[in-house]
Ligand binder design. Structure first.
Ligand SMILES: Cc1cc2nc3c(=O)[nH]c(=O)nc-3n(C[C@H](O)[C@H](O)[C@H](O)COP(=O)(O)O)c2cc1C
Length: 397
């Protein structure tokens, strides 16, 4: 468990979701509107199912904030499930007089079969309810606390979609990204032309009763140098990021920087040459870096030796196609053992843009933890003073 951590509770069609966030400093300005903005971003995206129209998440801050400032105690966040009223029988906490019909046709690619077997259940429903990515709303709420904290250090985290199925655009190092355009794009895609193609392939998959995956990229800018450490495996920042991102539902691949491409090229082409002088100031970031050197390129994705090296952190993430198909795959009925169509209930067709927002939250949580580990402090002012003193000391040894 890190200095900053969180846990979630809640089922997809239960009363609601809970996140408990621990280790945040006192005096950080934080309000429900800020968290709600992030929750709304998670709910958008072309290819989501009808549930998104029902939910419209809003958080209730239960503890850890007073007069708009954190107070250093655990922050409890509650997100009601607006659909709960229609599921009170199926998800009843109290025993029912008559049992409901169990779900017994596991979906290939979902947690259903492994889950019922592991927990010795007759009904897939409890597994479906917790394996559902509805849980990621609680992660995004926890991640919003981390994002708010990182903003105080100047760190901003963005995400964008770079592939849907076979439709692929250039990764960030090859293009300059207009983040405002990404925020208004229904697919969170920086390339307006490619976006049309992506929407067409999603429409086609939907019409075919099929689903699609893709790739998103998460980028943290204005990163402090020195988060994470080379000294122990569990302190390496790249390892911590990979674990957090890989834990997102449907994520099947994570690369830092040029990742898999580096395996195909020579060392002389792969590594980022070090040059004297501070990094060039980017117009959108008014702040001049205190570093007396910079890298000519950023194929390492901002991490060397498990330590942030001051460049942007770039994480690319592969998302598999959704497992619940309107034209279901073949499965079995767990009661009879005979062939049956997999279970279907309303579902998303493609979730890559939303997964990007969840990726931002998970990256923010890891970076906030690493920041608190490096700069310490129980109050925001103390953490920021430690950070500024460290910035002043860089390159002066
Ligand atoms: C934002 C988001 C929404 C998702 N929506 C669905 C969905 O509607 N139907 C579905 O079958 N899977 C959905 N998934 C994926 C499943 O949650 C995931 O495949 C399942 O938990 C099994 O885990 P695994 O794919 O990581 O092995 C979604 C994933 C994300 C990130």
């Amino acid at each position: 468990m890190g200095r900053f951590c969180f846990t979630t509770a809640g089922e997809s069609h239960g009363k609601g979701l809970v996140a408990i966030v621990e280790g945040m400093v006192a005096d950080l300005p934080l309000g429900a509107e800020y968290i709600n903005k992030e929750l709304k971003r998670r709910q958008q995206g072309y290819g989501r199912g009808p549930r998104m129209e029902i939910e419209q998440d809003k958080v209730e801050i239960i503890s850890g904030v007073r007069y708009g400032l954190t107070i250093g105690s655990p922050i409890a966040l509650f997100i009601p499930n607006r659909d709960w009223q229609n599921w009170q029988e199926i998800m009843s906490i109290a025993p029912l007089e008559k049992e409901t019909e169990p779900t017994t046709h596991p979906r290939p690619g979902h947690a259903d079969l492994a889950g019922v077997t592991k927990y010795s259940l007759k009904d897939i429903r409890p597994v479906m309810e917790r394996a559902s990515a509805r849980e990621t709303a609680a992660r995004v709420a926890a991640g919003a606390v981390a994002k708010r904290f990182l903003e105080e250090f100047g760190v901003i985290i963005h995400s964008h979609t770079i592939a849907i199925g076979q439709c692929h655009c250039e990764p960030s190092e090859a293009i300059s990204i207009d983040w405002q355009q990404v925020e208004t794009s229904p697919l969170r895609c920086a390339d307006a032309e490619l976006e049309k193609e992506m929407m067409a392939v999603i429409d086609k998959a939907k019409a075919d009763g099929d689903t699609l995956g893709g790739i998103f990229e998460v980028i943290a800018t204005a990163m402090p140098i020195g988060l994470g450490s080379h000294v122990s495996w569990e302190r390496r920042l790249d390892g911590r990021i990979a674990q957090a991102i890989m834990s997102i539902n449907a994520v099947k691949g994570v690369e830092i920087g040029s990742g898999f491409t580096l395996a195909k090229i020579k060392g002389s082409q792969a590594h980022d040459v070090i040059e004297p002088g501070p990094p060039p100031v980017i117009a959108s970031e008014a702040k001049q870096s205190p570093l007396p050197w910079h890298h000519a390129t950023n194929r390492a994705g901002g991490i060397e030796g498990g330590i942030s090296n001051g460049e942007d952190i770039i994480v690319r993430v592969a998302v598999k196609p959704i497992a619940t198909l309107a034209k279901p795959l073949s499965s079995i009925d767990l009661r009879s053992g005979k062939i049956a169509k997999a279970h279907y209930e309303r579902s998303d067709v493609c979730v890559v843009p939303a997964a990007g927002v969840i990726g931002e939250a998970m990256l923010a949580i890891v970076l906030a933890d690493a920041c608190l580990e490096k700069f310490g402090g129980d109050n925001l002012k103390e953490a920021l003073t430690n950070y500024h003193n460290y910035q002043l000391s860089i390159g002066k040894n």
